[in-house]
Write a protein that binds this ligand. Sequence first.
Ligand code: UD1
Length: 416
Amino acid sequence: MEKLVIRGGKPLTGRVRISGAKNAVLPVIASTLLVNGTCCIRGVPCLTDVRMMVDLLGYMGADISWEGETLSVRAGNLNNREAPFEYVSKMRASFLIMGPLLARFGQARIFMPGGCNIGTRPIDLHLKGFVSLGAEVIKEKGYVEARIRDRLKGTRVYLDFPSVGATENIMMAAVMAEGTTHIQNAAEEPEIVDLANFLNAMGGRVSGAGTNLITIEGVPSLRGSTHTVIPDRVEAGTYMVAATLTGGEVYLENVISEHLKPVIAKLEEVGAKIKNGGAGVRVTAPDKILPINLQTLPYPGFPTDMQSQMTSLLAVADGTSIITETVFENRFMHTEELIRMGADIKVDGRIAVIKGVSRLSGARVQATDLRGGAALIIAALAASGQTEIGYVYHVDRGYERLEEKLGGLGADISRA
Ligand code: UD1
C-alpha cells in the first residue's frame, strides 16, 4: 500500500496551477450519455475518480479518448445500461448516470450506493425527483432500477435538502422531459452552474442554476458539444490553507475567486492576506494564526469539503476554535489522526472544539477519506519531523499531481 512521506517545516512558496474541478467534471462526463454525438471536455483532471467514471462509460459501450486534459466521449449505441457494484462501491458519483440514462433510454439500473465513511449518504432525493418526473423506481437484489413508459414529464420537485448530486441527477433527467421542470431548494454550487452551462451548450434550456430555483424546459433532443470545466475550488482552497499553515506565500493560477468567497473570508479571519490579481489569487500567511469558529453549509456557505483542512490549520491557532459540521454526520475522522500528531481536539457529534497547540509533530497516520487525507498532508507540511501518511489512495481521488505540485512549492514530499 502506498504512503506519502513528508518532512515538515518548510514554508510553501511559489506558484501552483489549479486543475479542473473533480466535482464539476464527473456530472459533465455523466451527461455525455444524453447524446449520440461526440462531446469534447477540456480541463479534465487526471484523478482516480475521473478514471473510474471514464471506465464506467467505457464498460457501457461509449467510445472514449482521453489525451492530456481533453476527453472525448461518444455514447452511441450503448450495450450496457447499468452500473454494477464494482463501480458504484468505489465511487458514489457513478449514480449520476441514472438521470441521463433515464432521459435517453427510459431505463437505468444501478447498484445501490451504500453509506460511506463520511456519512450515510442516502439517494432518496434523487429517486424522489425521478418519481416526480414519472419514472417507476424498483429496488431489488441490491440494485435500483428506474424506468418510464413514454417520456419523462416536466414537474415541480422540492428537495428537502439542497443536495448537489440530486440537483444534478434531476437536471440531467429533466432536460429532455416533456414540459417544464422546476427544482425548488436546489443546490447552488458552482458545479451545478457548470453542468447547466454544458447542458445548454448541448441544446438544453436550463435557467436559474446557481440559485435555489432551477427551471428546465424540456427539449426533444440534444447534440454533442464542447465544454471546459471550471477550476477546482476545493483543490485551490487546500493549497491556500497549506500556504497559510506553513507560513508561506503562494500564488494560485486558474482559480475563480468568486467560488472561493467563503474560504477566503475564513482565511482572512485567521489572519492570512488574500489578494486577487490577474486570473489568480495570492495567499500570504500571517505571523500568528487566529482562532475562529466556522460552520459548514451548502453553497454559498462554507464548504464541507474544506472543513478537514481547516481543522489542521486551527490545530495550531493561538486559542480555541469551534467547527460545526452540518452537511455530513461523520466527517471528523481525521481528528483522531491529527491528535496523534499532537493536536488538542474534542469531538462531540457534529461539533469539534480545537485548542490550538504551538506545533504539531510528525507521526505515522492514515488518510481516512479524501479531504481528511488532505488535512493530514497539510498538517504534516507544517509539523516538526517526518510524517508517514498511509491509505493515500483516498487523496489520489481528488488531487492531481500532488507531490509534483507541492514539491514545486518547496515541500519535502515523496511516495513510498
Ligand atoms: C457532493 C460532492 C461532495 C460534497 C457534497 C456536499 C460530488 C461528486 N461530490 O456530494 O464532494 O462533499 O456534494 O457539498 O460532487 N442527502 C440525502 N438524500 C439524498 C442525497 C443527499 O439525504 O438523496 C444528504 C446527504 O446524506 C448529505 C447531504 O444531503 O448529508 C449532502 O449530500 P449531497 O449534496 O447530495 O452530496 P453529494 O452530491 O453526494
